[in-house]
Write a protein that binds this ligand. Sequence first.
Ligand code: PSV
Ligand code: MN
Length: 393
Amino acid sequence: MTDLAPDTSARLARALRAQRIETPSWAFGNSGTRFKVFAQPGVPRTPFEKIDDAATVHEFTGVAGRVAVHIPWDRVDDYPALARHATDRGIAIGTVNANVFQDDDYKLGSVANPDPGIRRKAIEHLLACVDVMDATASGDLKLWFADGTNYPGQDHLRDRQERLAEALRQVHHRLGDHQRLLLEYKLFEPAFYSTDVPDWGTAHLHCVATGPRAKVVIDTGHHAPGTNIEFIVAVLLRAGRLGGFDFNSRFYADDDLMVGAADPFQLFRIMHEIALGDALGPAAGITFMLDQCHNIEPKIPAVIRSVMNVQEATAKALLVDAAALETAQRAGDVLAANAVLMDAYATDVRPLLAELREGLGLDPDPVGAYHRSGHAERIRDERVGGTAAGWGA
Ligand code: PSV
Ligand code: MN
């Protein structure tokens, strides 16, 4: 039992039960670094099997009812059939992630490429992704561009911005009323001198110029070390332009490790801004997605653990005593204000989450339950032959 006041408990339970965390299809495939991909047994061979794995995560957590797909990694002949497969397994297709970074044509960029023919090809792909959204009832198109340059003078920086703006305009124009475009920024990599969408400010400028359904997505691994990400959350929320997150952890660059593993306090601070902005529920339109690669750890339990990490950070954020915080802030009481946050962060919310899961008919220990279920052994025995899915395939 938890020793929270009953009304606090009830408020948290309501919010945490309603929370939705989206998993990425590519987290279930083999992945690695440019040095080595370590293959794991039981990895999905098809987009359908990736959806099965996402459904398994949902089965053990109860809050991961959407899976993001990446096109062409999840290309199938029949997208409505893929969506039906998801529904049959108790989940739905979430964000459609476009991929204009893996063709040889894109060496000098995609939508910002100096060659108009290559720009057209990239825009056609983005429009085809909206067709996939239509066919799968997906509401979000996520755009991350690897575009940029490696050397000073390589291309005209302002012209590249114009080309990018034109592509975004065309894609936004194609969206239905219920569909959104989420623009993801990243500081560097693969471009090393200039990146066309390197930061939230550039992404925000483009979204404002593009239209009302264009929003910024924050990938937590896409900043310079030491960046105050929760400040970005606050600013974008205030501007009504925060569309979602790609959650993961980093120690050095875009490490794509499990969210909440490297810096759980940062995740708490981000979720605190979300809670303060009343932006946790579906009405706020924030997509809470994972964007991770599990190179050395088993994938399904790693995704389950990641979902739990987001839940724990959220529960702690919801525990912040907003009234006490406001009083301390208005009084200029620096120490008291900070103590309000630290008290919430120091609370062990695991018993509360265990109770919540039991109330939903779930095992209170999702990772343990997964290991006990024999599922890992089953997929290892069943998924023999074929080509294991991998990041980039
Ligand atoms: C780019 O680094 C990124 O974060 C984008 O979201 C891609 O779509 C994703 O990684 C692929 O893992
Ligand atoms: Mn990402």
